[in-house]
Design a protein around this ligand. Structure first.
Ligand SMILES: NC(=O)c1ccc[n+]([C@@H]2O[C@H](COP(=O)([O-])OP(=O)(O)OC[C@H]3O[C@@H](n4cnc5c(N)ncnc54)[C@H](O)[C@@H]3O)[C@@H](O)[C@H]2O)c1
Length: 333
């Protein structure tokens, strides 16, 4: 039996979720979209029979599962309404732009016994999952340092950036809430929750916006030290995540779609490369859709539970505060 999946907001990422849930072969997809012409275009493109103008006009049984793909300031009220109806809910990142309403949502999710997750899609990447297993298993000894370096040319990947949520912090915009939040969440998955952060952020290059497009952050996760350098304007589309452990170093390189490791410090020693896993961007999202449906069916835990999405939301907010004050910010749990 197929799951009835309601995708809410079929802009850039909503269209991808819609396509990727269809690709699982396990979903009968409907959609909600306020923009009338987009609603018609996407419904026609993916042969979606039921396309609604708003969540309130969709029948309560339109989806046993919903995917919330609207801008971040709308995530909590929508997820709250859905959870109250008993709908399982996968919410796009970041969970929200403040922590308002999150505790209420967590209580409702527990009371209604619905499955809820945050779509931090790095957790659906099998290469990074493999590197995580190796480091958590203690293969290289205790992790001591996490280093992220990354950037991409946002105007190339998201030409509409001046017209969408990205332009304002209040709608989930800026490099911290838009892009770096993925890595904050991946770091917590790999090396544990963030205790404190200090962050420098500025608008350096992107035309037509004033939000930060360049961020440097330093973090602490228990005894593990973290550092993050990200921009959204460089030409190379580069992402690497390095976990330095006591007896070895593991590195994930997005452009190579593999991870590699080194334990021998002798100069000239090459990295030992794990196999390349060829992946389209959609592959991550199809994996994530399958994982969420597995969780709904009780076959597997949710990849990123609500509580871990809330923890990363606190890191986003602490990073924004630190960027304003230039001071370390402790993250309360
Ligand atoms: N996981 C990822 O890699 C990734 C990538 C891009 C965006 N996102 C996240 O996904 C969310 C949406 O981003 P996007 O890039 O798709 O934005 P977008 O602006 O392209 O799409 C949002 C859509 O929601 C619709 N919408 C707004 N209010 C609505 C409402 N009340 N009911 C129904 N539809 C409504 C808009 O009309 C628009 O089509 C953001 O939270 C963003 O951070 C995640």
């Amino acid at each position: 039996m197929k799951h009835r999946v309601l995708v809410i907001g079929v802009g850039s990422i909503g269209e991808r979720h819609l396509r990727c849930f269809q690709a699982t072969g396990r979903a009968e997809v409907s959609l909600v979209e306020v923009n009338e012409s987009l609603r018609g275009t996407i419904a026609e493109r993916y042969k979606v029979a039921n396309a609604y103008a708003g969540l309130d006009t969709a029948p309560p049984d339109a989806g046993g599962v919903a995917v919330v793909c609207t801008p971040a300031h709308l995530h909590i009220p929508m997820a709250q309404k859905l959870a109250e109806r008993g709908t399982h809910v996968l919410i796009e990142k970041p969970l929200s732009i403040t922590s308002n309403g999150v505790d209420h949502l967590i209580r409702t999710v527990a009371e209604k016994r619905v499955t809820a997750g945050i779509a931090y899609v790095y957790r659906a990447n099998p290469v990074l999952a493999d590197m995580r297993r190796a480091t958590l298993d203690g293969r290289f000894g205790r992790p001591v340092e996490f280093i992220f370096v990354g950037g991409q040319h946002f105007p190339t990947f998201r030409p509409a950036y001046r017209q969408i949520y990205y332009t304002r912090h209040e709608t989930g915009g800026g490099a911290i809430q838009d892009a770096l939040t993925h890595i904050f969440n991946a770091a917590e998955w790999l090396i544990g929750p963030t205790d404190r952060i200090v962050c420098d952020a500025a608008h350096q290059v992107l035309e037509g916006v004033t939000v930060e497009d360049t961020v440097h952050a330093v973090t602490r996760h228990g005894s593990v030290m973290g550092s993050f350098a990200l921009n959204q304007h460089q030409a190379p589309n580069d992402i690497s995540i390095t976990v330095v452990c006591e007896r070895g170093t593991a590195r994930y390189v997005l452009a190579e779609s593999r991870w590699k490791w080194m334990t021998d410090p002798k100069p000239g020693t090459p990295w030992t490369e794990e196999p390349v896993v060829p992946m389209e961007r959609d592959t991550w999202f199809i994996n994530q859709a399958n994982a969420f449906l597995d969780a709904v069916e009780g076959k597997a835990p949710v990849l990123c539970p609500l509580a871990e999405g809330l923890q990363t939301l606190r890191v986003n907010l602490a990073a924004l505060e630190s960027a304003r004050t230039s001071a370390w910010v402790r993250i309360a749990r």
